[in-house]
Design a protein around this ligand. Structure first.
Ligand SMILES: Cc1cc2nc3c(=O)[nH]c(=O)nc-3n(C[C@H](O)[C@H](O)[C@H](O)COP(=O)(O)OP(=O)(O)OC[C@H]3O[C@@H](n4cnc5c(N)ncnc54)[C@H](O)[C@@H]3O)c2cc1C
Length: 739
């Protein structure tokens, strides 16, 4: 009675959002494979396009023009995204280790993690020397140098280590950038060191001469046959007699692989890159594929360059599908010669291919056209339609006679894993499971309970488990109570036993970790399967009645403090449509992962007269309830609402949560004498929140100190968002004002 087509039977995990995986994602969007789930694990959500990197550094392109946002692309492909760094692969166990979260299993793996310049840097970047990759960290380091040129009048001598196309383009781009730097007090002097007797090895003589001339014109000296091995106390060291002085050094040397590949069990080439055959398949493990800089094709060595990573993209995608379908793979052999368009910092470039080279502004124009077209290919995606609930049909076809539970073996296995990993204590219901949990209520206390349950709005089970738990715990936190224990209903999507147990493990890891962080015991639960992942958490706590903070105590004169931004409803509605930027979603998730426990203690310390957590009814709905029950009115400072990044822009496009129309009905109870309903923040007071902040009323005399303390505790976006006033019979309960 199952719709086999809808079951997840295989996991394809993509590590790294490099150039080749852009093609893989797009190809899978156009050619979805029933039963195959795709998960992208990426250190960066915005991937830099190598062709535009020098132009970005020179300042010709802004961040968005030169980066591809992986989140909408992954949404388009129906792929899950895990924004985290992979730190190990175990090819025998088919498992990857991810920093700061549970490991992940795969059936099919594709690696496109690029490379880093060879350098002695132990830490990613140091104060006086840094590597050009990872690009985002390089950009941070460079911004600090720019700041120094503006604030300090001492000239800066910067050594670029590496005389390939990357090193030269970087030096010229940095020089150009500094000439444009407003308010600069000091100048930048650049020098290039290379271990070869020539620049640009691999390019023709004419191109090399053109670059040598340009570097000379721009007063950038080149130190040939200087193999640099270190940089210390202001000197570059290596196999040359006279040390070369510099204030800072940037490593743009030849590519080296990530260290974690060494213990992966995968066959590597002599330089440590993953050895693949012409089908881009690991020569040692037929379920592992690799492309781009991280891969080495034994039969046809090619330079490490974005061009090849791009060319391998489509063949990689096709071979992944063929491998999944157990069909014969197709080899791919890229041309040995290709057109390189290398920029010279200003809007000028040199074209090099085989034995010929040309230069001019037109080369830059051509490069710019090609590069912009590339970016558009992955950022201008077809419109996606919103699916409110696509689960009915599939769910109906699945036999529900078992109460839609996942198999008991799955549950047992997962609970055992969770118990071992998180050291579930003896007094927990999981350690000695019975039909129900027994909880003793301490004398003089009352039992406070709450429950929340919702479908997943993100596809990462681990983060979803954490957010769902935080959301549920906040109900008790809002009353000034920390939860003693919790029960969980975890529904994972239809899939093979193996897939369900992996999902359940990830989801429960998120739940248990969050409960542990809050000092709350997991005492029982229920697991099930459904067409969509969902999680419900019921929480119990004990308190003396006199210690509780209720919703009903708001006093006229109190200020209203909100501890977290608004807009999660809009953001995740946009995410479903592939319209939310990766960094916006990231910023919201970061806040949603924060427990409200410390905020609640702080509000208690400052004797909050009333408190609630902002969830499904939106800010207006919850404030309405507080004011009505407290027999006062509340003025909302419409211009002071803290909002998640991106929310205004999305709201202007008319994007709203599907719950918003219900919430907005309350507008009849809102007074708007200053015509503030036209304010761009207005729709956001109706936006339903997941894991929203606490909103509390605090005496005006205490509010400043309370705000300071909240910010010190990490609630850095907490804000005073209104004031309580006395209410007459005829007054509306809420009103909009400017602060
Ligand atoms: C200054 C400079 C200019 C260049 N200009 C050009 C050019 O004009 N043309 C050209 O063809 N090449 C150029 N290159 C070379 C080019 O940058 C690389 O060859 C290319 O980026 C390699 O592409 P890739 O797809 O293999 O990996 P990348 O583009 O490096 O992408 C790898 C991705 O994997 C992710 N990742 C890495 N490690 C992990 C991990 N452990 N876990 C999860 N995710 C991870 C990262 O977030 C990254 O986004 C330039 C290089 C430099 C330094």
């Amino acid at each position: 009675m199952q719709n086999k087509e809808s079951l997840i039977t295989s996991d394809l995990v993509l590590i790294g959002g490099g150039h080749s995986h852009l093609f893989v994602l797009k190809h899978f969007a156009m050619n979805p494979q029933p039963g195959l789930r795709i998960t992208l694990v990426t250190r960066d959500l915005h991937t830099p396009y190598s062709g535009m990197l020098p132009g970005f550094i020179a300042g010709h392109y802004d961040y968005d023009a030169a980066h591809i946002d992986l989140l909408p692309l992954a949404r388009f492909a129906g792929a899950r995204v895990i924004h985290a760094e992979v730190t190990a692969i175990n090819a025998e166990r088919k498992q990857i280790t991810i920093a700061g979260r549970p490991s992940l299993n795969y059936d099919l793996l594709s690696i496109n993690t690029g490379s880093r310049p060879t350098s002695p840097l132990l830490q990613d970047q140091q104060n006086d020397q840094f590597a050009v990759k990872p690009v985002d960290r390089f950009i941070d380091s460079w911004h600090r140098l720019e700041q120094r040129l503006v604030e300090d009048d001492k000239d800066l001598q910067l050594a670029v280590i590496g005389g390939g196309a990357g090193g030269i383009e970087l030096a010229l781009s940095l020089q150009y950038r500094v000439t444009q730097l407003a308010g600069r007090k000091a100048s930048l002097r650049l020098l290039i060191l290379t271990d070869r007797d020539r620049l640009l090895p691999g390019h023709n003589k004419r191109a090399r001469q053109m670059f040598a001339d340009i570097l000379q014109q721009r007063a950038i000296p080149v130190f040939y046959q200087h193999r640099v091995t270190g940089f210390q106390n202001g000197f570059l060291q290596g196999d040359f007699e006279t040390p070369v002085a510099a204030d800072k050094a940037i490593w743009v040397t030849h590519a080296s692989p990530a260290e974690w590949l060494t213990d992966s069990g995968l066959a590597l080439d002599t330089n440590g890159f993953i050895a693949v055959n012409p089908c881009l398949q690991s020569v040692s493990h037929d379920d592992v594929f690799a492309a781009g800089d991280v891969a080495a094709v034994a039969d046809y060595p090619r330079p490490k360059s974005g061009v090849f990573a791009v060319r391998q993209g489509l063949p990689l995608a096709r071979n992944l599908i063929l491998r999944y379908r157990q069909r014969k793979l197709r080899p791919f052999r890229p041309q040995a010669q290709f057109l390189s368009l290398i920029s010279t910092g200003d809007r000028f470039a040199i074209a090099s291919r085989g034995p010929w080279a040309l230069q001019g502004k037109w080369c830059w124009w051509l490069k710019d056209r090609i590069d912009r077209k590339f970016i558009r290919r992955f950022s201008e995606l077809p419109e996606m339609t919103r699916v409110e609930d696509d689960g009915g049909e599939i769910a109906a076809m699945r036999c529900g006679g078992c109460g839609s539970k996942v198999g008991s073996e799955i549950l047992e296995r997962v609970l055992e894993q969770i118990g071992q990993k998180y050291g579930i204590s003896n007094d927990s219901g999981l350690e000695h499971p019975d039909d129900a949990a027994l909880i003793r209520i301490p004398a003089g206390r009352e039992l406070i309970q709450s429950i929340d349950h919702f479908r997943s709005f993100i596809d990462d089970p681990y983060l979803f488990g954490k957010i769902a738990t935080n959301h549920a715990l906040a109900d008790l936190h809002a009353m000034g109570v920390n939860a003693h224990s919790a029960m969980v209903i975890a529904n994972v999507v239809f899939g093979s036993e193996d897939k369900q147990s992996q999902d359940l493990y990830q989801l429960m890891s998120g739940v248990v970790e969050t409960l542990q962080q809050n000092g709350t015991l997991l005492v029982g639960g229920h697991s099930g399967e459904a067409s969509q992942m969902s999680c419900g958490v019921s929480v119990n706590g004990f308190a003396r009645p006199e210690d509780l903070i209720l919703k009903t105590g708001v006093r006229p004169g109190d200020l209203l403090i909100l501890t977290r931004p608004l807009g999660s409803g809009v953001l995740f509605a946009a995410d479903m449509l592939g319209k939310a930027r990766g960094d916006w979603i990231d910023a919201a998730i970061e806040q949603m992962l924060m427990s409200s426990r410390d905020a609640a203690s702080c509000l208690q310390e400052f004797r909050a007269s009333a408190c609630t957590d902002v969830t499904g009814f939106g800010l207006a709905g919850h404030l309405f309830e507080m004011a009505r029950e407290s027999a006062c009115a509340i003025e909302i400072y419409i211009d002071r609402l803290p909002l998640y990044p991106g929310v205004i822009s999305l709201s202007r496009q008319g994007i709203a949560s599907s719950l918003q129309p219900q919430n907005i009905r309350i507008r009849h109870g809102i007074k708007d004498t200053e015509n503030l309903a036209s304010h761009e923040n207005y729709p956001l007071i109706f936006d339903p929140q997941t894991a929203g902040g606490l909103v509390a009323s605090v005496a005006e005399a205490q509010a400043d100190k309370c705000m300071q303390q909240l910010r010190q505790l990490g609630y850095d976006q907490a804000q005073v968002i209104g004031r309580a006033i006395a209410r007459t019979e005829t007054d509306r309960i809420l009103s909009l004002v400017n602060s």
